[in-house]
Design a binder for this molecule. Structure first.
Ligand code: MN
Length: 335
């Protein structure tokens, strides 16, 4: 806990100095509940310090976050990143949460340089260099990190505490991936700040709708299997719900799944099981997605078991690149 708190002190001092300023709060594309909760709790704190805040969700919220806001009866006002240029004239600082790479920020990526603070739990990406301050600690969620950052200087509202709990539930996949601080934070959120566990669970529960089910089934129908000894890799393509499709392929039995889509960009979403990472020593966020990102003239990053790369190219090229990168990374494993 001590090492954690030492790292946090600097960022805490910076936050305490922000007062009477205009602050842009940004997170990654398709903001998930962890990103949403982090922004919400941070915004409450910044308001109390008399700052004016502007929320940006590049490409909006993901479906779970929308469902969550609905069930909690919250209505957030946020701006489209295409007005970034206009807002940039009035914004003093940006705080970027739950994001390691500027490619995740959409149109805002060109404005943030040296004006940003990044608070994140992914493998460090280019934002760690581009921002003038960064707090990157590999907790299992940004919500957890944010809790530690603010706990000594702020009293969370019940709604913030419930949202942070939701962020933790989401990123830990309901406590499958925890770190040594997770249950301490959960205990504090529930017993000190009165977070509503029932509501948090309910907020994450969503019946899968028809398009998502169709995407999953199409993903399964089109999938290509690659086998390296006892490791099975599934590669497929769909036009939406890439993350959900990848997860469903893992549930079907793949050790790692890669889902390629090419709407206006070539996008490759990867998911892997923990045993895959342990057995092969390959981390998607560190070893796979950055290489794929480069090969498609873009960028990539993420966690050990979940990552994304975005760039240019056709579906076919995307699939071939995934195959190539994995067969070369796994060539040692098959020896
Ligand atoms: Mn997160």
């Amino acid at each position: 806990m001590k090492e954690l708190l030492n790292n946090i002190r600097k960022t805490r001092r910076i936050l305490l100095n922000l007062s009477g300023l205009r602050i842009g709060l940004i997170t990654h594309k398709n903001a998930d509940p962890d990103a949403l909760a982090s922004i919400y709790a941070l915004e409450e704190f910044l308001h109390a310090r008399k700052n004016y805040t502007y929320l940006f969700f590049p490409e909006g919220l993901n479906s779970t976050s929308k469902n969550l806001l609905d069930k909690l009866g919250l209505n957030l006002e946020y701006y489209d990143t295409k007005y970034g240029e206009y807002f940039n004239h009035i914004i003093d600082y940006y705080i970027i949460v739950d994001t390691s790479n500027s490619i995740q920020l959409g149109d805002l990526s060109k404005f943030i340089r040296n004006k940003c603070i990044v608070i994140d739990h992914h493998h460090p990406g280019d934002l760690a260099r581009k921002c003038y301050s960064s707090l990157i600690i590999r907790t299992t969620s940004t919500s957890e990190l944010l809790y530690f950052l603010l706990e000594r200087i702020w009293y969370f509202s019940r709604i913030s505490a419930t949202l942070l709990l939701t962020g933790i539930l989401y990123d830990t996949r309901r406590f499958i991936y925890i770190d040594k601080y997770t249950f301490y934070v959960v205990n504090e959120l529930i017993n000190k700040y009165n977070a509503d566990y029932g509501k948090a669970l309910e907020g994450l529960h969503k019946e899968m709708d028809l398009p998502e089910r169709i995407a999953r089934l199409k993903g399964a129908r089109r999938l290509v299997l690659k086998r390296y000894n006892d490791i099975i890799i599934a590669i497929t393509h769909v036009s939406a719900f890439e993350g959900s499709v990848a997860r469903s392929l893992i549930e079907l039995g793949a050790d790692a799944a890669f889902v390629v889509s090419s709407n206006n960009k070539l996008r490759i979403v990867g998911r892997a099981t923990k045993p895959f990472v342990e057995k092969t020593g390959i981390s998607l966020g560190r070893d796979v997605m950055p290489i794929i990102g480069k090969l498609i003239s873009g960028e990539g990053g993420g966690h050990d078991t979940a990552g994304v790369a975005e760039g240019r190219g056709s579906l076919k090229q995307g699939i071939r690149i995934v195959e190539k990168v994995l067969s070369s990374l796994l060539s040692n494993y098959t020896k």
